[in-house]
Write a protein that binds this ligand. Structure first.
Ligand SMILES: O=C(O)CCC(=O)C(=O)O
Length: 256
């Protein structure tokens, strides 16, 4: 898909899937690296879903140039695409590894990311995320689900369920009658770009297969939060790297 088609899909559907954005071998190497990354694994924390299932994530607000996650955040193919989709310079808002383990990995309630980010002083919903499948994502291991076009609803109120905040369930039911439910099944290296107001969720991982994914979240320069003590950073320029540099860094860090 070229960038113009991607932008059209993003504007109409609220997302687009870039198949094979990264090579599957790169994802296998990244997975090996991440699984033995003590800092990542030890800092992962649990968010319980409404039924007590455990969703684990490890989140970073900062970029460290000796990390493969940072290389992906800085990559032209992710950050450059985001700039195109959001129509302004983007900066790193945060990134996180989602660790959805076999049998125990919990659900994520229906929500919009902007439903959370709104309270951090972001005036506009001009924000988006890129979910990169590190493991294969299937219905069985709780792949992301989205309601196509639901970003056009605008921001929906969010309420607490379990340890998580979810979108108003009455509105989600009504939205699901009008917007097609899509299961985002993905191969390692596929990437889903999605708008901050797109309603999305994921089910429990009922399978024997883990589902790890890296989610890179970006804000736009014009949407620099008016709060300066938010949970995530204010604007600072993001140094983007050409893809061949990113591939070299990923190869070096993940195979040494
Ligand atoms: O990866 C998942 O299962 C859900 C992640 C998610 O919804 C989020 O980070 O906003």
């Amino acid at each position: 898909m070229n960038l113009a088609d991607a932008k059209r899909a993003f504007e109409i559907d609220g997302f687009f899937l870039a198949k094979g954005l990264f090579h599957p071998d790169t994802m296998h190497a990244l997975l090996r690296y991440a699984r033995s990354d003590r800092a990542l694994v030890d800092s992962a924390y649990v968010r319980r879903d409404a039924t007590g299932g455990e969703s684990k994530l490890s989140l970073r607000n900062d970029l460290d140039d000796q990390s493969p996650y940072t290389a992906i955040v800085r990559s032209q193919r992710v950050a450059g695409t985001m700039t195109h989709l959001l129509g302004d310079e983007v900066y790193h808002y945060h990134h996180k590894m989602m660790l959805k383990e076999p049998r125990v990995g919990g659900a994520w309630e229906w929500h919009q990311d902007y439903g959370y980010w709104y309270s951090n002083g972001c005036l506009y919903p001009d924000m988006a995320s890129c979910l990169i499948a590190v493991d294969r994502a299937t219905r069985a291991n709780g792949c992301l689900q989205v309601l196509r076009g639901s970003h056009t609803l605008g921001r929906v109120d969010h309420k607490t369920t379990g340890d998580q905040k979810g979108a108003d369930p009455v509105r989600v039911v009504e939205a699901a009658k009008r917007h097609e439910l899509i299961y985002c099944e993905m191969e390692p290296g596929d990437a889903l770009f999605f708008h901050g107001n797109l309603l999305h969720c994921s089910s429990k991982n009922e399978s024997e297969d883990p589902r790890w994914s890296l989610i890179c979240c970006y804000n736009t320069k014009h949407n620099d939060p008016y709060l300066t003590h938010g949970r995530h950073p204010n604007y600072s320029p993001l140094e983007c790297w050409q893809d061949d540099r990113v591939d070299k860094v990923l190869y070096t860090l993940c195979t040494e």
